[in-house]
Write a protein that binds this ligand. Structure first.
Ligand code: NAI
Length: 339
């Protein structure tokens, strides 16, 4: 009897916490872009989202009108590119997703986007720090290794930085790593979940294949790692000047947002890889690092360590940490000079 009451109580509490958090406003900044549009579509299909706020410097009301005809419950609103529009889009948001900025063209690295995207992200972060300081902020705009530290510095300057609520979205690296191994091993990619740590560009992306029990060797392993690290280049080259990954990125961003909403609504053991303020490599100059992170109602619940890795993976990690420290330093230095 006592046990039954306990179970019932837990179920009721879960139901309560789910309904208490049923008002989930998700804001997309850069909603009319290559990523923003399919991301908005996927968020509209998510029953955990109750309100979708779409902001861009162009076309957001049009995208909102279009997506808003989809017959799911959430309300959708597009906002004009004015200060008031940005303020209203952000106010009350539980999640703010930022895919605003320019994408790569063939031959460019993510760092080549720095000059343009740093100021876009800084300005949007300023607005978020004022109007949605308690929201989970998901940064997609590249170079993520630098735009996340920039966002953190802006939030610090407004006195509202909460390291548990700032996330660089690295989900696409895990999606790719899982898809690519399934192609080699002829497994179902839905059952693969390869751990990827480090950052989000080239050599800072470190897939830890050994942790999933795989042991590729020699050239096969080198080719696999290279494909995960530079998978984005395949898309940039194939799109031939028209941009970088948008559809797979929208899926990855929607997956991450869904995980945050699940965790906020009381689900346990929600684990996603993400680039966060992390203690793991702070002593080597990396205040931010991507590893598996358990999510909870307060954002980051627990940061998982890198865990057991092979000597080969250790070498990759050493290179990644060196590069990442430079990318982070560059972001912080830039925003201090350009507040
Ligand atoms: P896009 O050019 O198609 O769209 C960007 C959108 O941002 C445009 O609609 C533009 O009007 C808007 N925008 C620009 N400045 C803005 C501002 N100040 N406020 C609001 N909106 C603004 O680019 P795409 O393909 O959607 O990529 C966006 C970003 O995402 C790029 O920086 C790209 O490198 C990055 N990306 C990140 C990935 C990741 O894994 N984290 C994967 C793929 C792309």
């Amino acid at each position: 009897m006592f046990a039954a009451r306990q179970v019932f109580g837990a179920a009721q509490r879960r139901a309560f916490s789910a309904s208490a958090r049923a008002n989930s406003k998700v804001t997309v900044l850069g909603a009319a872009g290559g990523i923003g549009q399919p991301l908005s579509l996927l968020l509209k299909l998510n029953p955990r989202v109750s309100e979708l706020a779409l902001y861009d410097i162009r076309l957001a009301p049009g995208v909102a009108a279009d997506v808003g005809h989809i017959n799911t419950k959430s309300t959708v609103k597009g906002y004009d590119p004015t200060n008031a529009g940005l303020r209203d889009a952000l106010t009350g948001a539980e999640i703010v997703i930022i895919p605003a900025g320019v994408p790569r063209k063939p031959g460019m690295t993510r760092d080549d986007l720095f000059n343009t995207n740093a100021s876009i992200v800084r300005d949007l972060a300023k607005a978020a720090a004022q109007y949605s300081p308690d929201a989970n902020i998901l940064v997609i705009s590249n170079p993520v290794n630098s735009t996340v530290p920039i966002t953190a510095e802006v939030f610090k300057s407004y006195g509202v930085y909460n390291p548990k609520r700032l996330f660089g979205v690295t989900t696409l690296d895990v999606v790719r790593a899982s898809r690519f191994i399934s192609q080699l091993k002829e497994t179902d990619p839905a059952n693969e979940n390869i751990t990827v740590v480090g950052g989000h560009s080239g050599a800072t992306i470190v897939p830890l294949l050994s942790q999933s029990g795989y042991n590729l060797e020699g050239e096969k392993l080198d080719a696999y790692v290279h494909r995960v690290q530079f998978g984005g280049d395949e898309v940039v080259a194939a799109k031939d000047g028209a941009g970088s990954a948008t559809l797979s990125m929208a899926m990855a961003g929607a997956r991450f947002a869904e995980s945050l909403l699940k965790a906020a609504q009381g689900q346990k053991n929600v684990i996603e890889p993400t680039f966060v303020d992390s203690p793991l490599f702070k002593d080597q100059g990396c205040d931010f690092f991507a590893s598996n992170v358990e999510l909870g109602p307060n954002g980051v619940e627990k940061i998982h360590p890198v865990g057991k890795i092979t000597d080969y993976e250790q070498k990759l990690l050493d290179v990644a940490v060196g590069d990442l420290a430079k990318n982070i330093k560059k972001g912080v230095a830039w925003v201090k000079e350009n507040p």
